[in-house]
Ligand binder design. Structure first.
Ligand code: ATP
Length: 239
């Protein structure tokens, strides 16, 4: 069988002496939205940080289209096509919305294609177009998330990883962001979504993984996870 588009095998990582991830296996197929759910401290953020090169793995492999990515520098992983929207969005607060978006293209040659992509992001998020010259700090939470996602798109990723899409946002903002993610996905970008709001995650994703204390304990299509008693009890608050 052909190798999956994005494949993580036996990944281990942590911080110094503290091991957080224990032999994590996940796959994302081309065109999929995959979510990763799990309680606080399960290691979801650490997994995304390891996949984007911010934390170095101590064992395991990460491959995208057959290319080995584990242990590479962040910029090389980004160049290979893996973009990371970090928890808390990490915008450059005193820079304009436009300049924040352009930062996403910093590894690309500044040519016409960058301006075209900027146009495309502004069309996808009209709120950002209206606020292009404002400092990012003046944006609402939902708009900041749009800006962070837009910035990632500017690197032309093949895989977009998003840490906590909905954290601290109003339901309407989450709905709009979800629609944008579906649009981005339909345009050919695979998505790995970490999300503490399990229903939001399962509504958006085709498949999901449950991470518990650094180990994958369940993997299934979203509709199966939504009905799984263990998921309902632990994460949805219903039995
Ligand atoms: P949350 O939703 O609360 O962010 P999470 O599933 O994303 O949870 P992580 O943030 O990856 O979990 O944290 C996993 C474990 O790693 C926790 O026990 C946490 O205390 C620990 N940890 C996270 N960051 C560091 C760090 N910089 N140094 C040491 N330990 C850390």
């Amino acid at each position: 069988m052909a190798e999956p588009f994005f494949q993580v095998k036996g990944l281990e990582s942590g911080y110094g002496e503290i091991r957080v991830l224990w032999g994590v296996d996940i796959e994302v197929n081309r065109g999929e939205i995959v979510c990763l759910i799990g309680s606080n401290g399960a290691g979801k953020t650490t997994l995304l940080r390891t996949l984007s090169g911010l934390v170095k793995p101590t064992a395991g492999s990460v491959r995208m289209e057959g290319e080995a990515l584990a242990g590479l520098e962040c910029k090389d992983i980004l160049s290979a096509g893996v973009a990371h929207v970090p928890e808390g969005r990490r915008l450059f607060r005193t820079m304009s919305v436009r300049d924040n978006l352009l930062m996403g293209a910093y590894l690309r040659r500044r040519d016409k294609s960058v301006d075209e992509d900027l146009e495309r992001v502004m069309t996808m998020f009209p709120r950002l177009a209206e606020r292009a010259n404002q400092d990012a700090a003046t944006l609402s939470g939902g708009e900041q998330q749009m800006c962070a996602i837009g910035r990632s798109i500017m690197s032309r990723p093949k895989l977009l990883m998003i840490d906590e899409l909905s954290l601290g946002l109003a339901p309407r903002a989450v709905e709009l962001l979800g629609e944008s993610l579906v649009e981005i996905n339909k345009a050919g970008v695979s998505i790995l979504l970490v999300e503490q709001d399990v229903m939001t995650a399962l509504d958006l994703a085709h498949r999901g993984y449950v991470l518990d204390r650094g180990r994958i304990v369940m993997a299934a299509p979203s509709e199966e996870l939504r009905e799984a008693p263990a998921v309902r009890e632990a994460y949805i608050g219903a039995s």
